[in-house]
Write a protein that binds this ligand. Structure first.
Ligand code: PGA
Length: 251
């Protein structure tokens, strides 16, 4: 089974419109051959419309970092899946640990958002990951696989074809502290075993599981070489064109 790796940049709350356009242009200028991998950028909402025309017919997809599950209505400050489609997004990150930590997104919310994304032709990247305390207590695998099960409740095997999972240990995000390739691989394998239980081997083998958490130019190759790691969700290093390009060109 060959799974096309997905290298995604999660810009978080960074970049004005002008800065976003400059970064995308620099990525396009340096991209090179990406036929065997998929590239995605997830700028803040405010830059999506300005970045979109630059990406037309280019091998970089556009995604958002979050959305609400309702399609429209009196939800001040929220952005709907319809709006994301309208502005050219094909992907949306759901349940990032920062959303869970600062904005109260729990597994039930993640599940509702996932369903809304899929119902509106957006490919969700569902993030899961354990805290340092949970890992130190030996609970990492049970926590993460429980997040996978809860987040995917009532999602069909067919919908899974459009879904990506990102394993992002919270203690590795923005800290420079990466999971070792062996530890990351072990968790990815555990997630895939859970997918086998839920959807069968064929679906589980076809699904992409990204690693995220301090992915940098100097550790990307080793992480991406692991059997069950199918790409990266990159925060800090996706904000600098040269660094993100090097990660995209992992070998
Ligand atoms: P980081 O962020 O690469 O800065 O650790 C990853 C993420 O939060 O998606």
């Amino acid at each position: 089974m060959t799974r096309k790796p997905l290298i995604a940049g999660n810009w978080k709350m960074h970049k004005t419109v002008g800065e976003a356009v400059d970064l995308v242009q620099a990525l396009l200028d340096g991209l090179g051959d990406v036929a065997d991998r998929e590239v995605l950028v997830c700028p803040p909402f405010t830059a999506l419309a300005s970045v979109r025309p630059l990406l037309a017919d280019k091998p970089i997809a556009l995604g958002a970092q979050n959305m609400f599950y309702e399609l429209q209505g009196a939800y001040t400050g929220a952005i709907s899946p319809i709006m994301l489609r309208d502005v050219g997004c094909s992907y949306v990150i759901i349940g990032h640990s920062e959303r869970r930590q600062y904005f109260g997104d729990d597994d039930a919310m993640v599940n509702r958002k996932l369903k809304a994304a899929l119902a509106n032709d957006l490919r969700p990247i569902m993030c899961v990951g354990e805290s340092k305390t949970q890992r130190d207590a030996g609970h990492a695998e049970s926590i993460v696989t429980a997040q996978v099960r809860a987040g995917l409740a009532d999602i069909t095997a067919e919908q899974m074809q459009s879904t990506v999972i990102a394993y992002e240990p919270i203690w590795a995000i923005g800290t420079g502290d990466t999971a070792t390739p062996d530890d990351a691989q072990a968790m990815h394998a555990a997630i895939r075993r859970t997918l086998v239980e839920l959807y069968g081997a064929e679906v589980a083998e076809s699904m992409r599981i990204q690693y995220g958490g301090s992915v940098k130019p100097d550790n990307a190759d080793e992480l991406m070489a692991q059997a069950d790691i199918d790409g990266a969700l990159v925060g800090g290093a996706s904000l600098k064109a040269d660094q993100f390009l090097r990660i995209i060109q992992f070998r």
